[in-house]
Design a protein around this ligand. Sequence first.
Ligand SMILES: Nc1ncnc2c1ncn2[C@@H]1O[C@H](COP(=O)(O)OP(=O)(O)OP(=O)(O)O)[C@@H](O)[C@H]1O
Ligand SMILES: [Mg+2]
Length: 279
Amino acid sequence: MQPTIDTGTRPAVTPATAPLLDVRNIEVVYDDVILVLRGLSMEVPKGAIVALLGANGAGKSTTLKAISGLLKTEDGEVTRGEILFDGARIDGIDPDKIVRRGIFQVMEGRRIVSDMTSLENLRLGAFTRRDNEVASDIDMVFDYFPRLKERTGLAGYLSGGEQQMLAIGRALMARPKMILMDEPSMGLSPLLVKEVFAIIKKINRDLGVTILLVEQNARAALSVASHGYIMEQGKVVLDGTADELRDNEDVKEFYLGGAGDQRKSFKNLKSFKRRKRWL
Ligand SMILES: Nc1ncnc2c1ncn2[C@@H]1O[C@H](COP(=O)(O)OP(=O)(O)OP(=O)(O)O)[C@@H](O)[C@H]1O
Ligand SMILES: [Mg+2]
């Protein structure tokens, strides 16, 4: 993290080194009492794909909801720390305003509107827009996902993979600077996982959309991400480039192994304790 030097005047442009998203030491509490994030920090550079990995209940979805403001809809609150996007504070802001600033979350379990068509779902994604290019963006999304154009029935009848693609397409309709994706591989066959991740990579490369990718499928996530964070019990326990994480013995054992027993804890590992010094 780069220290900011306050010169008293606003810089004309954000320095190239400043991350697009900067989560600084946040604490999140649900229902005023349940402490879930305990001092979580992470950075996402502009134009990057960053993976956020961790076992069930580590707090991955909570982190995304803290960023998108959707925590509020679940009686959750950022009680400490700050979240900066494009240089400005966004913690505590309403979710629709965060969408307008350029962050769109694709929720876990896809959450498309099942009794609407794909086209209607895509139009919904453009709810914040007032320009007249919505129709051409719908064509663009159909170019990315030709199957969605062919299937004109209700979205509820689409396959799991098609629904995931529709959820990603709907996010694109907001013309976001950044997309937060919560477990896009969940429930998909290995072949479809490959297809969805190829599309994530393409979107990032072609449209320059920055992506924060939450996954339990570490192998798939690290194949497209440049950096990754591993969290456990509401905190980041390890971070590094995708290559470093792939080569890390503990990551291999816990997240890239065949059976991938994710219930074990990083904290029980001596090697992890030793490595913790450079965190
Ligand atoms: N709305 C809520 N109210 C109270 N506690 C919650 C709420 N949502 C999540 N939690 C708790 O916060 C912790 C982290 O949950 P979260 O959904 O963020 O984890 P996750 O890493 O996304 O897990 P998973 O891999 O299962 O999706 C869990 O202990 C969960 O029970
Ligand atoms: Mg989750």
